[in-house]
Design a protein around this ligand. Structure first.
Ligand code: PPE
Length: 300
């Protein structure tokens, strides 16, 4: 936290922290996986680059370089003793003047690690989840910045998630302000139709997901065509396969949308999920360059 290692119970902020009042923070969600050669952080550089981009879009200068954040994360994992973990870097406007102009508030930075299992459940990863199209639209780029992973913007996802859960579904799928499919509350979305994979484009109010990029690369390497284009709501239920991808959710199939059965996880989903799981867990040499390996003291 702000350059120091702080015990879990001491990692606290003042109630007048600017970001608590106005949502002026940016963050990342990253995972490290236990491999034969110790913990490996998946696409760490890409996540840190996106953190910088998120901060830039909100006029927030980061007080640490990417390399400093990377080194601190390595040491944090090493000290924690965790072999696999979720990693949450956060940069936010701290305690200072109140009011909407944050530019003289300090930018504080923390990184936390903890164990976090399957985000949409182990059964969800295996058998697929039930999703509904949200009544809430994904935030418009005309009012905030979908490309920035900013804390305040997550109120939008929180509303969608609460609505979906209370109605008995595991996840919400949000449309953009044109009524085209955008993404899940915390995942990007893919559909498969007649052997082609489709995913909403950068202009559909999506977060530029790092799992999304990885899936596009894996599909390209398999020779499976991937098309980034606007997706109509009806195409979700008419798809052969639907799946969600994100750091927390990894690759989670969707078996039902709006109470209409799509079916158990299909062939394309299964194949890509298998390759992706191997890549995450350091079992596929082809994707070794995606791993940032953490040196930890060997067990005594
Ligand atoms: N869209 C949204 C809105 C989103 O929050 C995420 C990640 C993604 C897409 C996928 O991005 P990526 O992780 O780079 O593939 N959501 C993070 C936060 C989840 C949370 O509940 O917190 C995550 O998966 O870590």
């Amino acid at each position: 936290m702000n350059g120091e290692f702080v015990a879990w119970e001491d990692a606290k902020v003042h109630v007048l922290t600017h970001a608590l009042h106005y949502g002026t923070g940016v963050f990342e969600g990253v995972r490290a996986y236990a491999t034969d050669q110790g913990p490996a952080i998946f696409r760490h550089f890409d996540h840190l680059a996106r953190l910088e981009a998120s901060a830039k879009l909100y006029y927030m200068p980061l007080p640490f370089s990417t390399e400093e954040l990377r080194t601190a994360t390595h040491e944090l994992i090493s000290r924690s003793g965790l072999r696999s973990c979720y990693i949450r870097p956060l940069a936010f406007r701290g305690h200072g003047p109140m009011g909407l102009d944050p530019e003289s508030n300090p930018v504080e930075v923390s990184i936390a690690v903890w164990e976090w299992g399957a985000y949409l459940g182990d059964a969800g990863k295996r058998d697929g989840i039930r999703a509904r199209v949200s009544s809430w639209r994904r935030m418009s780029p005309q009012s905030t910045i979908p490309h920035s992973k900013a804390t305040g913007q997550y109120l939008n996802s929180v509303l969608a998630k609460i609505e979906a859960k209370r109605a008995g579904y595991e996840e919400a799928i949000m449309l953009d302000d044109h009524g085209h499919v955008s993404e899940g509350s915390g995942e990007n979305l893919f559909i498969v139709k007649d052997g082609t994979i489709f995913t909403p484009p950068q202009t559909a109010s999506i977060l530029d997901g790092i799992s999304r990029r990885s899936i596009i690369q894996i599909a390209a390497d398999l020779g499976t065509p991937v098309v980034e284009r606007a997706i109509a709501r009806a195409e979700l239920v008419l798809a052969d396969e639907v799946f969600l991808v994100g750091t927390a959710a990894e690759l989670t199939p969707v078996r039902e949308v709006d109470d209409i059965e799509i079916g158990p996880p299909g062939e394309v989903t299964r194949e890509i999920q298998g390759i992706y799981d191997d890549a995450l867990n350091g079992r596929n040499p082809r994707y070794e360059h995606w791993l940032d390996r953490v040196a930890v003291p060997s067990a005594v």
